[in-house]
Ligand binder design. Structure first.
Ligand code: DX5
Ligand code: ZN
Length: 218
């Protein structure tokens, strides 16, 4: 059986927000299946991006699966508001350590799919205990905080290790990569076992997003 077609999730962080409606329409027509929202709180990462009201603005503009990535120190105050704003999936960071179990519980209770992210400097061990209860494992391929960074190839073995662990355990979580994903780095991510490709600058800077989305998958 051939591997399922990889999901492409454009990150709105890289969009021209002065043309938000048009940019979301570009995504709707691009063949991408998900829309990725990078939420930054200025504490967990040295940048500030969108809040629940932004998600509420975006929700009616697209029927795509809304994949919310909380790079936030206190996601517990954002899970319900983002779910109410229309998030389909909510991801928190494994670096929040002993708070992860209660956060995943809270996401599940909200009715959203649950995701757990791991930064480039963190080992997979950090998230291993939770793999059986999450729908999505987000492996950061840049240090979180900014779009447009270079893909960190040293993270690829971590993707392979996550895919091996999934085969060994028979768990069903998807593997998502986020950061510096373009036509050069996507193939090694897919080869390593990635199911979902988040891409910001590569897609929004392209003059034909549908072609760029297709290019990521091939
Ligand atoms: C980093 C962000 C970026 C963004 C993708 O915190 O999460 O990875 O989604 O940006 P590009 O594709 O431009 O690296
Ligand atoms: Zn992200």
């Amino acid at each position: 059986m051939s591997a399922p077609k990889p999901i492409v999730a454009p990150s709105l962080l890289a969009a021209d927000l002065a043309q938000l409606g048009r940019e979301v329409e570009r995504v709707n027509r691009s063949g991408a299946e998900w829309l990725h929202l990078d939420v930054m709180d200025g504490h967990f990462v040295p940048n500030l991006s969108f809040g629940p009201d932004f998600a509420r603005t975006v929700r009616p503009l697209t029927s795509l699966f809304l994949d919310v990535h909380l790079m936030c120190d206190r996601p517990e105050i954002l899970i319900e508001p983002f779910r109410r704003a229309g998030a389909d999936s909510i991801t928190v960071h494994g670096e929040l350590r002993d708070r992860v179990p209660e956060l995943l519980e809270q996401i599940k209770k909200s009715g959203a799919k649950s995701g757990l992210a791991v930064n480039p400097d963190s080992s997979l061990e950090l998230v291993l205990p939770y793999l059986k209860q999450i729908d999505l494992l987000l492996i950061m391929t840049v240090h979180p905080g900014f779009g447009g960074q270079q893909f960190l190839t040293e993270v690829v073995p971590k993707i392979q290790a996550a895919a091996r662990e999934r085969r060994r355990s028979g768990q069903a979580f998807r593997i998502e990569v986020d950061g510096g994903v373009d036509h050069g780095s996507a193939p090694q991510c897919l080869q390593a076992g990635t199911d979902v490709l988040v891409a910001g600058s590569y897609l929004f800077n392209s003059d034909n997003m549908a072609e760029a989305v297709a290019g990521l998958r091939s």
